[in-house]
Design a protein around this ligand. Structure first.
Ligand SMILES: C[S@@+](CC[C@H](N)C(=O)[O-])C[C@H]1O[C@@H](n2cnc3c(N)ncnc32)[C@H](O)[C@@H]1O
Length: 315
C-alpha cells in the first residue's frame, strides 16, 4: 500500500519545504526546485512537498507499507517540530496501492464519454462486436472519448501519413483513418490475424480500407524495416508496453517536423506512480515517460485521459 498523501493547512508552505529539505538533506537526498516543489528521497521511499495556497501538499510513495510508514513518520515529525508559531495537523490518507487509485471518478468518465462528438453506428457496433468476440480482452479497446481525441489530433496536425502500433479490432485505426484526407495512408501494425480480421471488416464498411496498410508481425520489426527518414505526420502507440521505449526511439526519427506521436496507457492503471510495481511493463512505461520528458527533439504533454495519454510533437 505504498501511496499516501496529506494536505496540511498552513500560511507558510514554502518556508517548511526549505526547512525540511535543508534539514533532512543532511542524511537523505533532498532538493527544492525553482518552482518551490521539494523532494526528499529516503532509502526505500520518498516524499514530494508541493506548496500551495494556504496549504502544503505531501505525497509519500515507497516500495512497501513499512517503508511508507517510515517516510510518513520522518516527514510529519519534522514538519510539526519546525512549526513553532502554529500547530500543524498532518493527516495522511489511508495508504493505497497504485492500481487501486481511482484515476478518474466513474461519474466523470461517463460524463466525458457522453459529452464529446458521439460515435456513429459503425463505431458503436464495433464496441459491441468486440465484446462478443474478445470477452475480457475487449478492455484493450480504446474508449470513445479517446477515439474522438485521436481523430481531432490527426485533423489538427493536418496529417496525411500515419502509423499505428496495436490495432486489435480496429477502433483507434478507424478514428485515425477516417480523419486522414482521402489520399492519406495509415500503416497499421499488429501481431494478431484473429483480432485484425475484425478490424479489416470494419475498415471495409467505413470505406477506408484502401488507406490502410496492415502489417502482421512484431511492430518493432516492421518499424525497423522502414526507411529511417521522416515519413509520418502522426503515430499512435498502443501495442505491448515492454517495447514502448524502443517504439518511441524508432518512431521519432520517422516523424516529420511538426508530427505528433501519441502514447497510450502511460499511467498503467496507476501502477506507474507506485514504486512497489517493478514488472517489465511498468518499468518500461516509466522509462519512456522520462525519455519523452527529457527529449529535446519534441515538446510534450501528458493528459489524464483514460489511462493516461502522452502527446509529443516533433520540433
Ligand atoms: C491495447 S491493444 C490495441 C487496441 C487498439 N488500439 C484499439 O483501439 O482497439 C494492443 C494490441 O497490440 C498487439 N500487440 C501485442 N504485441 C505486439 C507486438 N509486439 N507488435 C505488434 N502488435 C502487438 C495485440 O495483438 C493487440 O491487438
Amino acid at each position: 500500500m505504498p501511496i499516501s498523501t496529506a494536505e496540511v493547512a498552513t500560511e507558510r508552505p514554502d518556508r517548511y519545504v526549505k526547512q525540511l529539505v535543508s534539514h533532512l538533506g543532511q542524511r537523505a537526498t533532498a532538493e527544492v526546485g525553482a518552482d518551490g516543489r521539494g523532494v526528499i528521497a529516503l532509502e526505500r521511499g520518498q516524499c514530494v512537498l508541493t506548496p500551495g495556497p494556504a496549504h502544503l501538499g505531501l505525497i509519500a510513495t515507497a516500495v512497501d507499507a513499512d517503508a511508507l510508514a517510515r517516510v510518513q513518520d520522518v516527514v510529519a515529525r519534522h514538519l510539526v517540530r519546525f512549526a513553532t508559531q502554529e500547530e500543524l495537523r498532518v493527516e495522511w490518507t489511508e495508504p493505497a496501492d497504485g492500481d487501486a487509485l481511482e484515476l478518474v471518478q466513474p461519474v466523470v468518465v461517463d460524463y466525458l464519454e457522453t459529452h464529446c462528438t458521439p460515435p456513429d453506428d459503425l463505431l458503436t457496433e464495433l464496441v459491441v462486436r468486440t465484446r462478443e468476440v474478445a470477452g475480457h480482452a475487449a478492455g484493450m479497446q480504446i474508449a470513445h472519448d479517446e477515439g474522438a481525441l485521436l481523430s481531432m489530433l490527426v485533423r489538427l496536425a493536418g496529417a496525411r501519413t500515419a502509423l499505428e502500433l496495436g490495432v486489435f479490432t480496429g477502433y483507434s485505426s478507424l478514428c485515425v483513418a477516417r480523419a486522414l484526407p482521402a489520399d492519406g495512408r495509415l500503416l497499421a501494425c499488429d501481431v494478431s490475424e484473429e483480432w485484425t480480421s475484425v478490424a479489416r471488416e470494419y475498415w471495409q464498411r467505413a470505406g477506408v480500407a484502401d488507406r490502410i496498410d496492415l502489417r502482421i508481425g512484431p511492430a518493432l520489426d516492421t518499424l525497423r524495416a522502414l526507411p529511417n527518414e521522416p515519413a509520418f505526420d502522426f503515430a499512435f502507440v498502443d501495442a505491448d508496453k515492454d517495447n514502448y521505449p524502443a517504439y518511441y526511439e524508432e518512431v521519432v526519427p520517422r516523424l516529420t517536423s511538426g508530427g505528433l506521436v501519441v502514447l497510450d496507457n502511460v499511467f498503467r492503471g496507476g501502477r506507474t506512480f507506485d514504486p512497489a510495481f517493478r514488472d517489465e511493463a511498468v518499468t518500461a512505461i516509466r522509462r519512456v515517460n522520462e525519455l519523452v520528458r527529457d527529449d529535446e527533439r519534441v515538446e510534450s504533454v501528458m493528459l489524464p485521459v483514460r489511462d493516461g495519454v502522452t502527446l509529443a510533437r516533433k520540433r
